[in-house]
Structure formats: C-alpha cells, structure tokens
Design a protein around this ligand. Structure first.
Ligand SMILES: [Zn+2]
Length: 395
C-alpha cells in the first residue's frame, strides 16, 4: 500500500523513485517494478495511467499479485537505477472527473428513484452506466441530471477512508464491498458512501458539469451515456460547430432550425413525387413511341439510352412485352462509365433471356442474371452502347 502514492495524493504527477525489477510476463511483455509509483493500474472500472519512466513510455499498468507492473516496449532501464517518473495528467484528471461523476450519477438515481447501477464502463471516449430497470423516462433522466449537477455545484468534499471489515457497518454503503481487507471508501458526506479503489478529485466542484447524453434499452436493462468535466465542453464544442454549420446552410436562426429542416424535407418529398409522376409520363410516351399506335407485331425493339435508371428501363421493357407478346427487347443504358442492359421477351417469343445475358455480360466485364423471360446486368467498359448492340447482333 505504501508504494501506491496515488492513494496518498491523487494529484501527484511526478516522483523520483527506483527501478526494483525488470522482467517479462507470461505473454513475453516487458515490465518494470518501481520502489514507489504514481501510476494507477487498471482496476475498479478505471483505466490505467500512461506516462514516462525517465524517457521510456509506459504503455500499460496492471496490478498482479500485489505488484504494480509498468509495461514498456523494450527493457531499456536498469535495476537499481534512480528514475524520475511522471504521469500524463490530462488523461488521469479526465478519468478522475468521469469516475467521480459516475459515483454522483449512480447515487442520484438511487436517491431519487431507487434505480441501482449494475455496471459501469469508463473508456477514453465513452462513459456509461447500466441501470437495473427495464425503461426510463425523459423526466427521470432530467431530474437525475439536475440532482447530480446540484451536488457538483455545491462543491462538496470527496473524502477517502481506509477501514477494516468490522467498521463497514458504520457506513450506509450503496452496495456490498467486494474485498475483505484494505477496504477503501470514497465518501461524499450525507450523499454517497461507496467502496472504491479509483482516483477522485478532492471536491465535487472539480467535476465541473455532468451531462446525460442518451439512454438505450439493452437486454432488460437501461444503459445511460453521459459525460463529465472537460468532456462536456468537448461535446458542446462539437455540437455547437455542427449546429452553426446547419444554421448557416439553412439560413435559419438556431431556434428555427427544426422548422426549416421540416420544410426542406417536405419539399424534398414533394419534388420526389413530382419527379416520379413525370417519370411515369415519360415512360408512357416512350411506350407509345416504341410500339406505335397500331400494333405491327414487332420481332424486336432495341434502343440505347443515356443516363437512365435501370428501374425505368425494366418498367418500360415489361410494358412493351405485355403489348408485343412476340417481341424481344434489348435496352442498353450508358450511365457514368457503366453499361447496363435490360433484356425481355413476350410470352410468344421462345428465346432465353438468361442465356442471352450470360453471353453479353462477359463482353462488358459485367454481372447480372434473371429468368428465361427477363434478365438484366451491367458492367464497366470503354465500349459504347451502339458498339455493344452491334456485337449482340453478331452473337
Ligand atoms: Zn468508483
């Protein structure tokens, strides 16, 4: 316990200490043991510290069998060597803010609604708690966020205490403590009493702010995403930038953005409907043009189109073969370097369209398929639609 200086002072960033051992673990990873350390090892839901031993980067810190192992890439330190160590303070303080914020959020859910936290995840980007409930309302989330921020703004003390198992009953603990000895309590007096081995700021005000970002149902529980301290400012900056871009794109003030967006979407739908209607008209005209007013029982109709959707051509081809039952249709569309082919035949024509497609498509590095009566496909080629049509005639 004496070697873990982060428990005596969670703000200590540097230390002059000594390399006690340098060894490889069972997975071949090099680590260093120090006489004393300020590096917090992964544990209690809080990720490890990063930083330097002399000029050697510490890439992982684990506590195994009572040893705090500082993992390094190469064994470049010497046993017995005196070294200056320092932790990456931005990373550590961020974890302290998030971890203390989690205690407060969890305690607020219990205080207001009796909702228990069953797990907690603290990562470099995300922080979440899982609540032992099936659903949660916006009102409950808002009330809890408000309560948590009240505790933060009252700038209450956050104390730590080492106690024995026998002393446990003196404290109104939120949940049972998992360890038997070296029991550490993190206490916000009159609010939260909690067994925890993590690092925390000394007062709640240093958490700054807590914002609940979202909640989601997950296998019979509710996951709550939130952010504390510096992460709230990051979130605000990111969201503010997006909002500014949107307000400028829509030429609308912030409070009018939703309305402007709805109008835009409505207009989009109307335009799409108009486009579809005119498309239907175009197809109806094309049908007339291709089969003529008077049926003359054509054997085949072929045409090359530019920039037409394959869906339009499929529709047109189907309409033709319903009218012209002996006819075969070959449509080719030139679409941005792609050649797309639609093949169809009426029910009095015996030619196999699937087989025809299988002959045509390899010529344009294409893929596709279909049935005996209808097939389609496409590929990229330098060939023009007319050139392909010429080759099809020679097949
Ligand atoms: Zn904790």
């Amino acid at each position: 316990m004496k070697q873990k200086l982060f428990y005596q002072d969670s703000y200590r960033q540097t230390l002059n200490t000594m390399v006690v051992d340098q060894a490889k673990d069972d997975f071949g990873r090099w680590y260093v043991l120090l006489d004393k350390t300020v590096f917090y090892p992964t544990g209690g839901g809080q990720p490890h510290d990063s930083g330097l031993i002399k000029d050697v980067r510490v890439i992982d810190v684990e506590e195994i069998g009572g040893e705090i192992r500082h993992y390094i890439a190469e064994p470049t330190l010497e046993v017995g060597e005196a070294v200056d160590i320092h932790i990456d303070w931005t990373r550590r303080f961020d974890f302290m803010q998030q971890h203390a914020g989690q205690h407060i959020l969890t305690a607020s859910f219990v205080e207001l609604f009796g909702f228990q936290t069953i797990s907690f995840h603290l990562g470099k980007e995300l922080i979440t708690i899982d609540l032992d409930i099936k659903a949660i309302s916006d009102e409950q989330l808002n009330a809890t966020e408000k309560r948590a921020n009240q505790i933060i703004m009252e700038n209450r003390l956050i104390e730590t205490k080492w106690i024995t198992k026998d002393q446990l009953s003196d404290y109104p603990l939120r949940k049972q403590v998992a360890v038997e000895e070296d029991i550490r309590l993190v206490i916000i007096p009159e609010f939260d009493y909690n067994g925890c081995g993590g690092t925390h700021p000394t007062s709640t005000g240093q958490i700054g702010l807590l914002k609940i970002l979202s909640s989601e149902k997950q296998q019979g529980k509710v996951r709550v995403h939130f952010a504390c301290g510096g992460r709230v400012l990051e979130q605000l900056n990111r969201k503010h930038k997006i909002l500014q871009e949107v307000t400028s794109l829509l030429s609308a003030p912030e409070e009018g953005v939703v309305k402007a967006m709805k109008v835009l979407m409505e207009n989009g739908k109307k335009t799409e409907k108009m486009l579809n209607d005119s498309n239907e008209l175009v197809i109806a005209y094309e049908l007339k043009e291709l089969i003529g007013e008077n049926k003359i029982e054509r054997q085949s109709i072929e045409r090359v189109f530019q920039q037409r959707s394959i869906q339009d051509l499929q529709k047109l081809a189907r309409l033709i073969v319903v009218e012209e039952t002996k006819c075969k249709v070959i449509f080719i569309a030139e679409n941005d370097g792609l050649l797309q082919v639609v093949l169809a035949r009426g029910n009095e024509n015996q030619e196999n369209m699937k087989e025809l497609a299988a002959k045509i498509l390899p010529l344009i590095n294409g893929k596709g398929g279909g049935s005996k009566s209808f097939a389609q496909g496409g590929g990229s080629t330098d060939m023009s639609g007319d050139e392909l049509l010429k080759i099809i005639h020679e097949i």
